[in-house]
Design a protein around this ligand. Structure first.
Ligand SMILES: Cc1cc2nc3c(=O)[nH]c(=O)nc-3n(C[C@H](O)[C@H](O)[C@H](O)COP(=O)(O)OP(=O)(O)OC[C@H]3O[C@@H](n4cnc5c(N)ncnc54)[C@H](O)[C@@H]3O)c2cc1C
Length: 491
């Protein structure tokens, strides 16, 4: 653990859920915080955008573990964010996610016991393996429920010793292809291949959604504004439309952030809630050892996605209380291809929003790599439209005739790259695979005093991962001892 910062001025780069939550937390802990955001509005991936009167979600479709005694619910409560105003519980009909494979489907229930029962009923030949898998899941879920989950030594994963991959684990258990395919689905939510996904991450994601699953009650813009409003109400300064151009250091200690306008914001600590490759660009060439620079520059990314947003007739396609994953797996139970569908309330004129998300390789869009959003030309628009048509056709195979469907928008890995400044349009930031875990772990403590990461690249992706990363950032700014005292006082 590094030394705490000496003063109380903190500059945070990036106003996604990571930067905003770090800003709220540090403001609550009496720091004077300024957040810089390059986009005109705060929220990053959390923020929705409007097309023809419908709010289209980008990066928060549902979250897990928001109940009052559950990890995300606890984190929201520390931040003073009103869960019930912002989210509603899914699963009223007993299902939060439907996994539809070619030859069977599996409904993800609410609750770990219900999940075990459903697995046993669906895969009676795998009973012994299920018992063992559930033991690990319960152990990890217990750890997450422990109030000290955000406190244990700088990393919530530190006390949980299962870092081997799910592939390795299942090779020993020899499970059926069907069970393997069902177990693999949560990995889609963090962009890691199941075989190479650390057991801890897989189980944390799964346990989170089994505790409870929640959908935003408000739009993504409403969520972003709630976070930003809480931050400014605590006295924080939010500067939107201002890009960080350089992180200033003196004697290997962060001293401020220079904006693209040339203005310098002096700081005693800097939290970079952006991708580590962006941090590398913001630092002087000699700020990090060559080995560290090389480590960051060569980090593998999670894949990008293509997202299609369409307006469908609400009478024909009512809001679905659960999400639907349409999946294709091979004979060994490896998922080859998955599409996520959500149908939500759209507008008051009888339209619902159908969101369709599937993986898209950055390399498929390489031809336009050197273009910027809004200026990519007709070929790009045509390529996007063709993808959109294909996704809508596939959707009609799932939902039946879509009727009068109106395409609202399609975004690609290039769109995400340009809007969020995430290299290769990576959806969930750096790849947290077992193969890359050691390399990624070194990001937790950047070797510059007063500089740390937050957001999905610090500890884990998703809203839960980002909020955990913010607690880790606050701990680094304050030092372990003061953080523990403050945390105990305010818990
Ligand atoms: C399609 C999709 C669906 C998802 N669905 C879910 C879901 O249902 N549930 C869930 O929990 N998670 C989901 N996620 C993941 C989740 O959205 C992210 O993990 C989370 O929003 C990341 O937040 P962040 O703050 O780390 O990064 P971001 O939201 O990317 O924020 C980074 C911010 O930094 C700004 N920035 C970058 N460079 C600079 C600079 N130099 N100067 C100033 N500002 C800068 C960017 O403009 C951006 O606003 C999804 C992600 C995607 C892509």
């Amino acid at each position: 653990m590094r030394n705490p910062i000496e003063g109380n001025r903190v500059v945070i780069i990036g106003a996604g859920v990571g930067g905003l939550s770090a800003g709220i937390l540090l403001s609550l802990l009496d720091y004077r915080v300024t957040i810089i955001e390059k986009n005109p509005l705060p929220g990053g991936l959390m923020r929705s955008y409007r097309r023809r009167g419908i709010e289209c979600s980008v990066g928060v479709h549902y979250v897990g573990a928001l109940g009052p005694a559950e990890p995300l619910g606890r984190l929201f409560s520390f931040l003073g964010l009103p869960v019930e105003d912002l989210f509603y519980r899914m699963g009223g009909h007993g299902v939060t996610d439907r996994y539809a494979f070619d030859d069977f489907s599996f409904d993800l229930p609410v609750g770990i016991d219900a999940y075990e029962d459903r697995l046993k009923a669906a895969f009676p030949d795998d009973l012994d393996a299920i018992v063992l898998l559930m033991k690990t899941l319960r152990r990890i879920a217990e750890g997450m429920r422990d109030p000290l989950f955000m406190m244990n030594g700088g990393d919530p994963f530190a006390n949980m010793n299962d870092f081997r991959s799910m592939g390795e684990c299942l090779a020993e258990l020899q499970v059926s292809p069907g069970l393997r395919a069902v177990l693999a689905v949560p990995c889609q939510l963090i962009g890691v291949e199941f075989d190479d996904c650390p057991v801890i991450l897989h189980n944390m994601v799964l346990a989170g959604y089994l505790f409870s699953a929640w959908r935003p009650k408000v739009s993504g813009a409403g969520l972003a504004d709630a976070f930003a409003g809480r931050f400014t109400a605590l006295g924080g300064t939010l500067l939107c439309g201002r890009q960080a151009a350089k992180i200033h250091l003196r004697d290997r200690r962060a001293t401020g952030v220079q904006l693209d306008s040339g203005e310098i914001l002096p700081a005693d600590g800097v939290v970079a809630a952006v991708h580590p490759k962006v941090v590398l660009e913001l630092l002087d060439k000699d700020a990090l050892r060559p080995s560290m620079q090389e480590r960051i520059a060569t980090l593998a990314e999670t894949e990008g996605v293509i997202v299609c947003q369409a307006r469908v007739d609400a009478a024909r396609h009512p809001e679905m209380d659960h999400n639907l994953y349409r999946l294709h797996s091979d004979r060994a139970g490896r998922i080859l291809d998955g599409v996520f569908y959500q149908i939500r309330h759209g507008d008051e004129s009888g339209g619902n929003l159908l969101s369709i998300i599937t993986r898209s390789h950055y390399s498929d869009w390489q031809q336009w790599e050197h273009t910027r959003s809004g200026h990519r030309g007709r070929d790009y628009e045509a390529a996007k439209a063709a993808k959109g048509d294909d996704l809508l056709k596939r959707a009609s195979e799932v939902f039946g005739d879509l009727g009068r469907v109106e395409l609202l928008d399609i975004f690609t890995p290039l769109s995400l790259r340009d809007w969020m400044n995430c290299p290769e349009g990576s959806c969930y930031g750096v790849l947290r695979s077992s193969g890359q875990l050691l390399k990624v772990a070194s990001l937790k403590n950047l070797p510059v005093e007063g500089l740390c990461l937050a957001g999905q690249n610090a500890l884990a992706p998703g809203v839960l991962g980002c909020l955990l990363g913010s607690f880790n950032a606050a701990r680094q700014m304050m030092g372990e001892k003061r953080f523990r005292e403050a945390f105990c006082a305010f818990s």
